[in-house]
Design a protein around this ligand. Structure first.
Ligand code: PNS
Length: 182
């Protein structure tokens, strides 16, 4: 026993498939910032696929419709096959089940994010004990960024062109002309 023949993989073993590790990255993405983009790419270093889940019925009265947010996000990652984008509504845990995964990816930028993120992670675990939330930190220089601030600064005439992907910036200019940005 133990000869070269027995070490060869049996045809059955060769057929065993390692399941794909899919992380769902949920959010409002209204709009996607360079901080989100950085986080998705970091997620791709760890997971086989990052599924960006764009929340439909956000209570925050979004600037962009869900179709616009999904399309912009797809356009941003069009050359990155590991990244998929879908809209979702209802409970995140139900979406995870439908997508046959139990991994949530979220970004932790600053300490003040922690409380909200901790509550969400524990609530999701309560709703489905199999759900695991993985937190990644974005690049330092993006750690102050948020969609809310980007929209506010843009609306008031500040230049946010280096804080969002260029196609998002063009959409922002169309949606919310600020009279100053070029
Ligand atoms: O970008 P945001 O607005 O911080 O994302 C929040 C989001 C979409 C992750 C959260 O609101 C969510 O998961 N909503 C879906 C409804 C749900 O499952 N709520 C309970 C989560 S604890």
């Amino acid at each position: 026993p133990g000869g070269a023949k027995s070490r060869r993989r049996s045809p059955k073993a060769a057929r065993i498939r390692v399941p794909m590790r899919i992380a769902v990255y949920p959010g409002s993405f209204d709009p996607m910032t360079n901080g989100h983009v950085d986080l998705v790419r970091r997620g791709c270093h760890i997971f086989d696929r990052v599924l960006v889940a764009v929340l439909c019925n956000t209570e925050k009265a979004p600037l962009f419709t869900v179709e616009e947010r999904v399309q912009m996000t797809r356009d941003v990652f069009r050359r990155e096959p590991k990244v998929k984008v879908k809209a979702f509504s209802g409970l995140l845990v139900d979406f995870l089940r439908a997508e046959k995964t139990n991994i949530v990816l979220r970004g932790l930028r600053v300490v003040s994010d922690f409380e909200y993120e901790f509550q969400m992670a524990l609530m999701n675990r309560r709703l489905d004990p199999e759900v695991e939330t993985v937190f990644l930190t974005p690049k330092e220089e993006l750690s102050y960024l948020s969609s809310r601030l980007v929209k506010e600064v843009h609306r008031l005439g500040g230049n946010v062109s280096e804080l969002v992907p260029s196609l998002v910036y063009r959409s922002l200019q169309k949606k919310l002309p600020n009279g100053k940005a070029t």
